[in-house]
Ligand binder design. Structure first.
Ligand code: UDP
Length: 327
């Protein structure tokens, strides 16, 4: 049987690169695409030697051309941390809206199934917990996170419209906080921020009083859930995340213990519209996909810490929230 061909956008990013690995492992022909604004070629450099991997440097907000047949498209191109949205708000809006439109058009022309990466941010600062897929959210469209949240909400709307109007095969995954090797050390997200601070011997900066909660999913679990959703026949959105909820203060204490740093937690202002709680209701994923996370935070954090520790020292010392390779 001929190899299935899959296009993965955001291929050089954190999740995109792990998805490339997974589909290579499943013996697909993988076409990676990335404009490398927040992505890093080092995440996929080990794939370049393979005959079933190709890479295109391209911005999917512009017309996307891919030669040959495609069976599947995974749209994972997007800045994905609050610091990124502040630095590149217009690109964030464009990749979620124009980029999604281009890829839906490509999927139609190739008769391919498309899965788009949505996010728990569609729930905004949720007033119900845990968040089931039926919850409509509590989003501020004009706040700093609005550029991401509303692009992703538009993405879901246009994806459903292509499904109902054009009969396109579509899948929507709502991704909750995910972590693991290949996250950017300086992307401003809480886990790389805390580990970077511990490695540099600085205090860990907790925003607000640290009572806000998040639920962290290890990347291998996230990828397994996405893989199963793509191959399912379910077109409505599905939460994929780990329901093990923790406050940011407790999380900081766990990182202190893990890294053995002698530094303490220090407190800073809470950013505008920072969600107070976040925890996925994964009943649907359990029932439809037979999926649930397997990796405990203790195990996952250890692997992730070992990854960050192994980075070149000058990268660990590079504190600015900039794109390390671009400056
Ligand atoms: N946070 C923090 N210190 C940091 C970075 C983030 O306390 O150095 C907090 C942030 O305010 C939020 C949580 O950690 O409440 C998770 O932030 P992150 O940017 O990782 O992702 P979010 O889930 O907010 O999109």
């Amino acid at each position: 049987m001929a190899r299935k061909r899959i296009l993965i956008t955001g291929a050089a990013g954190f999740l995109g690169s792990h998805l490339c690995d997974r589909f290579i492992k499943e013996d697909y022909f993988v076409i990676g695409m990335d404009n490398l604004i927040t992505g890093d070629l080092r995440n996929i450099q080990h794939l370049f030697k393979l005959e079933n991997f190709e890479f295109y440097q391209h911005d999917v907000s512009k017309f996307v051309h891919v030669p040959g047949q495609l069976d599947y498209i995974l749209h994972f191109a997007s800045p994905a941390s609050p610091i990124d949205y502040l630095k590149i708000p217009i690109q964030t809006l464009k990749v979620g809206s124009l980029g999604t439109h281009n890829l839906l058009g490509l999927a139609r022309s190739k008769n391919a199934r498309i899965l788009v990466a949505s996010t728990s941010e569609v729930y905004g600062d949720p007033t119900v917990s845990p968040q089931p897929e039926e919850y409509w959210g509590n989003v501020n469209p004009v706040g700093p996170r609005g550029v991401y949240d509303e692009a992703k909400r538009f993405q879901e709307a246009i994806t459903m419209a292509y499904h109902t109007f054009h009969g396109l095969e579509t899948r929507i995954v709502r991704i909750f906080n995910t972590y693991g090797p290949r996250m950017r050390l300086n992307d401003g997200r809480v886990l790389p921020a805390f580990i970077g601070q511990a490695l540099r011997g600085e205090d860990l900066t907790v925003f607000g009083d640290g009572s806000q909660t998040r639920s962290f999913c290890y990347v291998d679990d996230e990828v397994e859930g996405i893989y199963r959703l793509l191959l399912s026949d379910y077109a409505q959105p599905v939460n994929i995340g780990n329901p093990d909820e923790i406050t940011i203060k407790q999380f900081g204490e766990e990182i202190i213990k893990l890294t053995g740093t002698t530094q303490k937690l220090s407190y800073k202002d809470l950013p505008v519209d920072d969600p107070k709680q976040r925890r996925p209701d994964i009943t649907k994923a359990r029932e439809l996909l037979g999926w649930e996370p397997k990796v405990s935070r203790e195990e996952g954090l250890k692997i992730t810490y070992d990854y960050f520790k192994s980075l070149p020292e000058k990268e660990i010392q590079h504190k600015d929230f900039t794109y390390y390779n671009k400056h």
